[in-house]
Design a protein around this ligand. Structure first.
Ligand SMILES: Nc1ncnc2c1ncn2[C@@H]1O[C@H](COP(=O)(O)OP(=O)(O)OP(=O)(O)O)[C@@H](O)[C@H]1O
Ligand SMILES: [Mg+2]
Length: 419
């Protein structure tokens, strides 16, 4: 069997995993590999090829998403990762241990200490308190009470349920219960979380809230997460990388940008055609270089001339270290000229609109409402690194360059109406 090249930082490595349900394993696999479709093979052999030759790696601290339609093999593949289901063929490595061929005892150890699982139905114990539920896994593992309560409380704080520790589960709303489920997974000592459609049963608003919470928490704790969903927006929002599955096969693995910009197959292309780019693309994708700005110590006269020549009604001002100081309108520069000021220091600057390069475009759109000026893009040190204007924003949102201004205005209008 061919081995994949291993990367050093891979925590989980899946190599050529296949899984069949039924008696005619060999024949079913052979037929699938010779190009026959999943359903066809199923009716011919009464055997389901749930996964076919899947290979991928998950890095430490990464959120890796498995996405695909119902029946594409996501849950089965996830269960192969923690040994709940032994693969028919192939290897699953956790660091250097082969999960696929491990004894029961050892697997149990790993599930307890290294890999947790979160399901759609969170499986909370209704008669225990919130805190007891969260610390249940730790209790089983013999972690002393004071330690597990501390962990439990930290986790509760992370999901914003500090005050609810002693409530019983049935006293909480569905969304709160979901948070408890998340807190329980987070409180565990397990560094890897397998999450099978954990948010799918939630209504859209709470779901979005949970996604945001998940991202915030991941930002802090950096667990390694394998997240199953059939929702593309969710996949691209939460995952650093995603594997797209179809009929048991992984048809593409990549970042959101890879998958959106270079869909590997017709299937992926169809899957992504309705995607909302504003949620997935970042400000930097719409950024261009700033061709016109003013330095703080420049002569107002020079700046004014430059602005008039380019018909600018306002200009971004930076200091010697390229740090953004603000924006100044033409009239103010003209006043400075009139009063024979030597430079722009001391000028009253307008709050210039600025964003970091990694914010979602969705957050940039509203900044353009009733505004014709570009938005500044600054790095962590507040240095000006680029700008976004309306045209580049729209191009980035639609992936086309030649969008007429009517579409632009329509979009902005919509954005206003939604507020
Ligand atoms: N225990 C089982 N016995 C027989 N067939 C199974 C079993 N588990 C899964 N399958 C089959 O394997 C295929 C993959 O199922 P799986 O549950 O992994 O899909 P999924 O992508 O998780 O779907 P969903 O989005 O509906 O949860 C399906 O054809 C399913 O019918
Ligand atoms: Mg499933």
């Amino acid at each position: 069997m061919m081995r994949m090249s291993k990367s050093k930082d891979a925590l989980i490595r899946v190599e050529n995993v296949s899984k069949t349900f039924g008696k005619e394993t060999d024949k079913a696999l052979e037929l699938r590999r010779s190009g026959k479709g999943k359903d066809e093979v199923e009716s011919e052999t009464k055997t389901t090829v749930a996964i076919l030759d899947a290979s991928f790696e998950v890095k430490q601290g990464e959120t890796f998403v498995l996405i695909g339609l119902s029946g594409s093999g996501k849950s089965t593949l996830l269960r192969c990762l923690n040994g709940l289901i032994p693969p028919t063929e192939g290897m699953v490595y956790l660091e250097n241990d082969d999960i696929a061929h491990m004894g029961k005892k050892q697997l149990q150890q790993i599930r307890r200490n290294k890999m947790g699982m979160v399901f759609q139905n969170v499986g909370l114990l209704p008669n225990r308190t919130v805190l007891e539920n969260i610390t249940f896994g730790l209790e089983i593992n013999g972690v002393p009470a004071h330690l597990r309560n501390k962990k439990g409380r930290d986790a509760l704080e992370l999901v914003g349920l500090n005050g609810q520790a002693y409530k019983r589960i049935h006293e909480l709303s569905g969304g709160m219960q979901q948070r408890v489920g998340l807190a329980r997974a987070l409180a565990s000592n397990q560094e890897i979380l397998l999450m099978d459609e954990p948010f799918s049963a939630l209504d859209p608003l709470i779901r979005r809230e949970m996604q945001k919470l998940f991202l915030d928490i991941q930002d802090e704790i950096h667990k390694t997460v394998i997240f199953v969903t059939h929702d593309l927006d969710e996949a691209l929002t939460l995952g650093q990388r995603a594997a797209v599955m179809k009929d048991g096969e992984i048809v593409q693995i990549g970042t959101a940008e890879d998958i959106l910009s270079h869909p590997a197959t017709e299937y992926v292309k169809r899957l992504v055609q309705d995607v909302d780019y504003s949620k997935i693309r970042q400000a930097k994708s719409a950024m261009s270089t700033v061709d016109l700005f003013a330095l703080e110590h420049e002569s107002p006269q020079v700046v004014l001339r430059r602005m008039k020549a380019k018909k600018l009604s306002s200009i971004l001002v930076v200091n010697d270290s390229q740090m953004l100081i603000g924006a100044v309108p033409l009239e103010r520069v003209a006043e400075f000229v009139e009063f024979h000021k030597p430079n722009l220091t001391g000028i009253k600057l307008e709050n210039s609109m600025c964003v970091h390069p990694d914010v979602a475009l969705r957050e940039v759109i509203p900044l353009f409402v009733n505004r014709h000026l570009p938005v500044a893009v600054v790095n962590e040190q507040n240095r000006l690194i680029g700008q976004i204007d309306k045209d580049s924003l729209i191009a980035s949102l639609t992936e086309q360059i030649d969008v007429d201004s009517e579409t632009v205005n329509e979009m902005l209008q919509k954005e206003v109406l939604q507020k």
